[in-house]
Design a protein around this ligand. Structure first.
Ligand code: GLA
Length: 707
């Protein structure tokens, strides 16, 4: 029986169902989120079945765990909204229903997407709260966002994107930390009473606090089990609260870092929160985020064109620019297979090291007496396009810009510098205008199709207005130069999130070009990032950030797992090394189209020293497995590697692409060393592939084709 006291909203995308239910005029609670419910499920019963009992030591009714938990309703945990009036007095909002709009499937363009907008009002405090949800059946990601409006200016201390429950049969949560040259480290924290709080107060997405959370249910692995994924698409620093209440309920909140809305205002929004549910393990989360990012978030500058192989000169020359040498390097890079040449830091102002010139965006005439065009022309003559490095939001005190406008710097004059630089105050329109004019002048005067956009220090104080200013500048440049691609870099992977990726097409995942480190970083980043946006370069033989010496084969194959490029000085390559690099690059070019459009699936390796993934074409017709040996194994012989996501009944032809890499210490006759074999999906997923013995820091590359 429908119960008149409830309001319901049901979102479905084929893979998951999310049910919101509100009692009377109150804010709704998410009473179900998980696998798709039958369409005839009775939602009144779902809502009634959700309600918990009450016993001693509790209020007489359990306070709602709503999409914006309200302190005034005795909610025993973190509220979803914390506000103060203009006079600084705390407000205690209490919302009641105003309006709801749920689009039926099929009405949003050709896709059967659903959108839901809910509006609640608090007349006593002059406030309006709205929440929106949008499904996407193709990607499986639900986008949720919250907004608060006030009749008079208020101070916002905290606003959570719509709050969702966390599963009960989950022992731990996985969130992401990291550091320079060590991005995307996964933390597993057990659930316990109280709060797990991640708050990023650096003012940028940061190496330290990628804004993502995965909640695996008990027993979930990469390839099997249930899990829930969250990502907050904001580049200014986020706050995450994962809380277990005294009654056992759990919930997750994401929003901007608290208090970063520094000025009173009448309207505040969260960034979009992207969530997804998987019943295929962590890979279901990874695939949803990968597809959503690639197919919905990124605006491709030249849609339909293959991702070009990059050459970046940073680790070859650093600040030491010489036109003749650069031309030589460019020709060698082209001969290896590069299709885009990126001139990194050091081309502008008087920038001979990192102590000067940020802000002075004019070509250094000492290094380039005839400007950049002679180099660009040469790069074009080698059939490569040209990209250029900028770090727009920064200024060195030692620069013409700072001397002219010290007041444009963000923060106090006596602040601690970072890499001898300060951030510019991007909230100031004149700062954005200056940067727009200088970058636009360079782009207009040269055939440049790519910007590496860097951000090499944290902010003196976090402020959401800084991020909005940066977004505004990039949006303006993108509108006026739509075919120029942007790579987001911040000392490597310090600014990676769906907010910056709405305005860029590639991320520089890490300053570590050490293939071993990169193997791990890439593997974890694939929980959120597809190949198409993830830059990966073949570094120098002696790695500049780890001191390791790594064979060219491993370096090349690790780069070939993502958007491939080179960053070593090509003059250091022996003929053999150049040959290997050319071959792997040729392989990458032959496979990049389907790989860029496919899914990266992390494999569950029986051997902890093996980090393996399977990249599967969108239509399931082919795949490639990269099985990286990160260390020596504890057992002697390789353990079979189980594949995933295949059709159990189909047959797949398996080919060890680099079988020539087998070493003399592999003395036996594992079949893949000599033959291609055909096996069922069932066998490949339930038994797995037995590979030849190999050295640490080597990669097996296995190609599969559905017969
Ligand atoms: C940062 C980037 C590097 C390089 C340097 C240049 O550290 O991450 O890739 O561009 O800046 O100064």
């Amino acid at each position: 029986m429908p119960d008149q006291r409830y309001r319901f909203w049901r979102l479905d995308d084929g893979g998951q169902t999310l049910v919101l239910a509100a009692m009377d005029d109150r804010l709704p609670e998410c009473v179900y989120w998980g696998g798709a419910l039958p369409m005839d499920e009775d939602l009144t019963t779902v809502a009634r079945a959700y309600a918990l009992d009450v016993t001693g030591g509790m209020l007489d009714e359990n306070p709602d765990l709503s999409i914006c938990p309200e302190a005034v309703r005795s909610f025993p945990g973190q509220p979803g909204l914390i506000l103060r009036g203009a006079d600084g007095q705390a407000l205690l909002p209490r919302f009641s229903f105003q309006n709801a709009k749920l689009s039926s499937p099929g009405t949003e363009g050709s896709e059967p997407r659903q959108t839901l907008t809910l509006i609640f009002a608090d007349p006593e405090n002059g406030l309006r709260y709205s929440a929106s949800f949008a499904t996407d059946p193709t990607t499986g990601v639900i986008t949720a966002q919250a907004q608060i409006e006030s009749e008079t200016p208020v101070h916002l201390d905290w606003l959570a994107a719509p709050v969702l429950p966390a599963p009960q049969l989950s022992d731990e949560m996985i969130d992401v930390s990291g550091r320079w040259i060590g991005e995307f480290q996964l933390n597993r924290t057990p659930w316990s009473a109280g709060i797990r709080l991640r708050e990023n107060r650096t003012g940028r997405t940061g190496h330290e606090h990628f804004p993502g959370l995965i909640l695996p249910e008990r027993g979930a692995s990469n390839t099997a089990g249930r899990a829930f994924g969250f990502h907050y698409g904001w580049s200014g620093g986020h706050r995450m609260v994962a809380e277990e209440l005294p009654d056992g309920r759990r919930h997750v909140q994401f929003g901007h870092a608290s208090g970063t809305e520094s000025a009173p205002a009448t309207r505040f929004s969260t960034a979009p929160l992207y969530v997804t549910y998987s019943d295929t393990g962590l890979n279901g989360i990874a695939v949803a985020f990968q597809r959503h990012l690639r197919d919905r978030i990124v605006t491709w500058a030249k849609p339909g064109t293959p991702r070009p192989v990059h050459y970046n000169c940073w680790e070859a020359i650093y600040f030491d620019h010489d036109l003749t040498e650069l031309k030589d390097i460019a020709s060698r890079a082209a001969a290896l297979g590069a299709e885009r040449f990126v001139l990194d830091d050091g081309w502008f102002g008087q920038r001979d090291d990192d102590t000067t010139s940020l802000g002075d965006w004019t070509t250094d005439s000492r290094k380039y007496p005839n400007g950049l065009n002679p180099l660009i022309d040469h790069v074009h003559s080698e059939n490569m396009t040209f990209g250029l490095w900028f770090e727009p939001e920064m200024v060195n005190p030692e620069s013409d810009l700072y001397r002219a406008h010290p007041e444009w710097a963000l923060g106090r004059g006596d602040q601690t510098l970072g890499r001898q630089q300060m951030a510019l105050n991007m909230a100031r329109p004149e700062v954005r205008a200056y940067l727009y004019d200088h970058i636009a002048a360079i782009l207009s005067a040269h055939a440049i199709d790519y910007i590496k956009w860097d951000h090499n220090r944290v902010l003196p104080t976090p402020d959401a207005a800084q991020t909005r200013g940066t977004y505004d500048l990039i949006d303006r440049l993108r509108a006026d130069f739509p075919t120029v691609e942007i790579e987001s870099c911040a000392s490597g992977g310090g600014r990676i999130d769906f907010g910056i990726l709405q305005r860029s097409q590639r991320v520089w995942l890490s300053d570590s070009n050490d293939a071993l480190e990169r193997l791990r970083i890439q593997h974890n980043a694939a929980l959120f990032l597809p190949l198409a946006v993830t830059g990966s370069h073949v570094g120098p033989r002696h790695c500049h950030t780890s001191g390791r010496t790594i064979d060219i084969g491993f370096r090349a194959w690790v780069a070939a797992q993502r958007h491939m490029g080179f960053e070593m000085d090509p003059r250091e390559l022996t003929e053999d090394e150049a040959g290997v690099l050319r071959d792997v690059t040729t392989w990458w070019k032959a496979n990049r189209d389907w790989m860029c459009a496919g899914d990266i699936l992390r494999l569950d390796s029986a051997d902890p020293s093996v980090i393996a993934e399977q990249q599967t074409a969108r239509d399931g017709s082919r795949f490639v497995v990269f099985s990286g040996k990160a260390d020596s194994s504890s057992q002697i012989a390789p353990r079979p590697l189980r594949l995933t996501g295949l059709d159990v009944a189909a047959k797949y032809r398996i080919h060890l692409a680099n079988r020539a890499d087998a070493v003399a210490l592999s003395r036996g006759t594992p079949v893949l060393k000599t033959d291609d074999i055909t096996l069922s999906g069932r066998y490949l997923m339930d038994h797995g592939l037995t590979l030849p013995w190999s050295f640490p820091l080597t990669m097996w590359v296995i190609e599969g084709e559905r017969q």
